[in-house]
Design a binder for this molecule. Sequence first.
Ligand code: HEC
Length: 254
Amino acid sequence: MSAKKTPSVMLMLIALFVGSTLYFSGESIYRSQATEQARTVADLVENIGKWASQYRGLWVKDSKGKQIDLGSHLDTLVVTPSVANNSEITPEEANDIMQFHLKNPALIQREISDLTEKSASTTKFRITSDKYMNPKNAPNAFETHAINEIRKTNARELTKVENGELHYARALVATEACMRCHDTAAKAPAAVRDLYPDQGYGYEVGKVAGVIAVTIPYQYSPQTLLNGFDLWAWLSFAGLLLVLAIAFRSKSSK
Ligand code: HEC
């Protein structure tokens, strides 16, 4: 190799090194941002559950005559305003009969998950368990893997990038409150048992019962990196190249 060629080879090597450092540190920032986004969604799902739990679920009103699509619910309460003072119900009064249907926190979370699934939102979530009640909530391959890994390693969360998506799972730990419905079928409220006679039971307090799973689009490429560059990033990059060029010029002219 001639003395003149060495600096340009070195310069190319340095450019390659700088380029790949940028690319990989860019990816690590991209990934931690995507993970942070998934955590925020999981926080929100947890908070929806907590919100509904403080009222021990929510009663949804369904007036007779104006039927709404209720989906599944755990309990029904019939309220007839005039029945208390009059045992005969006229047809008009029958229209006043109100029915309330109980949605428990998991049902509410699932209905919002279903809505998100159907919406234009690119971020999806679900709550799932290997001991599931509703077959619609059965875990997929990633979720099953996550439940097993989280149990084995005591980790709180797990992520995986696959096919342009970031999959995130957060441990759902069973508390005393869950046991009312998820201990054994015999101990569960009749309304739960009626819906799910033989599955979704066997939780243990303090143990991982399932996961909150979040899916986020993950498309990292050199283009993504460049799109993320602002004026300052370009200026400092240009500055770096300038310094390198000057350093090599003065060296090779010696
Ligand atoms: C009042 C009864 C009740 C309580 C209390 C309850 N659940 Fe559930 N849970 C249900 C029902 C009913 C479903 C099925 C919902 C559906 O159809 O999507 C369910 C579903 C779930 C699912 C989705 C997988 C499946 O079984 O379909 C998970 C995970 C879950 N519950 C975890 C918990 C945890 C953790 C707690 C305690 C913090 C808890 N549940 C408390 C009744 C309950």
